[in-house]
Design a protein around this ligand. Structure first.
Ligand code: LLP
Length: 419
C-alpha cells in the first residue's frame, strides 16, 4: 500500500495534487511520500518484533539526505558501499556504530574513513581486502570489526544483473574459503571477528532462496564458533522484492517468520539491509509528454524524462507502470514511451497500453523510489531531476533540479587551449 491515489481522476501524493507540484517545480521530478516511507520501514522492522535485530536501510536504493534522515529518526541503521554513502550517512546523523559496509572494491581511503568513523562492521569480500583492512587498522592503531561475506551459491531467481549469491558472481567468498578466511582473520592482530554476512540478490519474490542461504550460513557459524571466535552478528543482506506489475513477493511478516523459524537455535543479533522494499513503492517519477508521433506501425509518446533519469527499463528491461496524472475516459493506445536521448535504448516502456495522452500531459512512472534517482546520470548533458518529499498536505524540495552551471562544475580549460 502506498499514498499515491486518485481523487476525482487526479493523482495525489498524500494530500497534494501531483499537478500542483509539477506547476511549482517543473518536470521531470522524483516524488516521495513520507507516510509511505515511514509505513514501509516500520512494517519491515515490526515484522522482526521479538528478535534481536538491527535494520540497516540500504543507502544505495535512495541516498537523498532527507530520506536517510527520515530512516535515522525511525531508528534505522545504515548499509553502505562507498565512502560517499558513509559521508551521507554521517551527515544525516547516523551513529557510526549502526553502519555496516559491504562491497568488493573498498579503497584505502574509504577503509580509513570507515575505521576513523568507527563503523559497526566491514563485510569483507576477499582475503586481500581482509589483509588490507588489518594493515590500515594497525596504522590507525585500532581494531577493525569484520564479518566475512559468504557466497552461498543459491539462485535467487531474479534478473542476472542483480543476482549476487551465485558461484559465478563476484560477491563474497565461497563457504570453504570463508572458513579459511576466518582462520586467517584470527591470526591478524588488528582484526576483530564480529559477524558473518551474505546478500544473495535483489527483487527476490520468494522466501526459499533466503532460507537456503541461511542454512549454509548456519553450518558455517557452527564451524566458526568451534574455532573459538565469538561472532555476534548474522547479516542477511537485503533483497526482498516488491510489486511492480503482477509479482507477489512475500509480506515482510512472512519473510521474517521464515527467517525466525530457521534461526530459532541461533543466538546472534540479526542485521537486515533492506532497500527496495522500503523505498521502491514510496516514490514515482513525474514526466511531461513533449510530443506524440506515429512511426510506421508504431506510436511514440516522447517524454521529458529519459534513460538518464530512470535507467531500470533499459538496463534490466524492468517494468514500471505508467499512469496519466489526470485520468480520463477513452480508448487506450499501444505505444513506446521514450525519452529525448539519442539511443534506441532510451525508453521507459515498450509496446505499452496507455491512455491516449497528448502534448503537455503529465505522466507518473510508478514504483520509482528505489534505484531511480540514485542511478540517474548527466548523459547527454541532461541536468538531473529535482526530488520532492510530500508530507500530508505539504511538499518539500529535497534536491534542487540541477542547473547548467552544475553540469560544468569542476571542469576547466587548460591555458594552452585558450585562444
Ligand atoms: N545489501 C547489499 C550488500 C546489496 O548489494 C544490496 C543491493 C542491498 C543490501 C539492498 O538490496 P535490496 O533490498 O534493495 O534488494 N539497481 C538494481 C538493484 C541493485 C541491487 C544492488 N544491491 C535495480 O534497479 O533493480
Amino acid at each position: 500500500m502506498h499514498h499515491f491515489t486518485y481523487r476525482d481522476n487526479e493523482l495525489y501524493c498524500e494530500d497534494v495534487p501531483v499537478r500542483l507540484i509539477a506547476e511549482n517545480v517543473g518536470t521531470p521530478f522524483y516524488l516521495y511520500s513520507h507516510a509511505t516511507l515511514k509505513r514501509h520501514f516500520l512494517a519491515f522492522d515490526d515484522a522482526f518484533e521479538g528478535m534481536d535485530r538491527l535494520v540497516c536501510y540500504s543507502a544505495k536504493a535512495n541516498t537523498n539526505l532527507a530520506i536517510l534522515k527520515l530512516f535515522k529518526n525511525l531508528g534505522s541503521g545504515l548499509d553502505i558501499v562507498s565512502g560517499g554513502e558513509l559521508y551521507r550517512g554521517l551527515k544525516a546523523g547516523f551513529s557510526p556504530d549502526r553502519i555496516v559496509y559491504s562491497g568488493v572494491g573498498k579503497r584505502v581511503d574509504e577503509i580509513d574513513y570507515a575505521l576513523e568513523a568507527g563503523i559497526l562492521m566491514f563485510n569483507v569480500e576477499s582475503l586481500e581486502e581482509l589483509e588490507l583492512i588489518n594493515e590500515r587498522a594497525g596504522l590507525l592503531k585500532t581494531k577493525a570489526p569484520v564479518a566475512i561475506r559468504v557466497n552461498p551459491d543459491v539462485d535467487p531467481k531474479t534478473h542476472p544483473y542483480i543476482s549476487t549469491g551465485l558461484k559465478k558472481n563476484k560477491f563474497g567468498i565461497d563457504g570453504k574459503a570463508a572458513i579459511e578466511g576466518y582462520h586467517a582473520a584470527r591470526q591478524l592482530k588488528h582484526i576483530k571477528i564480529v559477524g558473518i554476512d551474505c546478500h544473495i540478490g535483489s527483487q527476490i519474490t520468494d522466501v526459499k532462496p533466503f532460507i537456503e542461504a541461511l542454512q549454509s550460513l548456519k553450518d558455517l557459524i557452527d564451524e566458526v564458533k568451534e574455532m573459538g571466535s565469538k561472532i555476534k552478528y548474522l547479516d542477511m543482506g537485503g533483497g526482498l522484492g516488491i510489486t511492480y506489475d503482477n509479482e507477489s513477493p512475500p509480506h515482510p511478516k512472512d519473510y521474517a517468520g521464515a527467517i525466525a523459524a530457521s534461526l530459532k537455535d541461533v543466538r546472534l543479533k540479526l542485521i537486515l539491509e533492506p532497500g527496495r522494499v522500503i523505498v521502491g513503492n514510496a516514490g514515482i517519477l513525474v514526466a511531461k509528454v513533449l510530443f506524440r508521433k506515429s512511426g510506421t506501425g508504431k506510436e511514440f509518446v516522447i517524454t521529458d524524462a529519459g534513460m538518464n533519469d530512470l535507467m531500470r527499463p533499459t538496463l534490466y528491461k524492468a517494468f514500471h507502470a505508467i499512469e496519466p496524472v489526470a485520468r480520463f475516459e477513452g480508448p487506450q493506445i499501444t505505444a513506446d514511451v521514450v525519452g529525448p536521448i539519442c539511443e534506441s535504448g532510451d525508453f521507459l516502456a515498450l509496446d505499452r497500453k496507455i491512455a491516449d495522452v497528448k502534448r503537455g500531459d503529465l505522466l507518473a512512472v510508478m514504483s520509482a523510489g528505489a534505484y531511480g534517482f540514485a542511478m540517474s546520470s548527466n548523459y547527454c548533458s541532461r541536468i538531473r531531476a529535482a526530488e520532492v518529499l510530500v508530507k500530508d498536505d505539504g511538499f518539500y524540495i529535497v534536491k534542487d533540479r540541477e542547473s547548467y552551471m552544475d553540469l560544468v562544475k569542476g571542469e576547466s580549460i587548460p591555458p594552452f587551449l585558450e585562444g
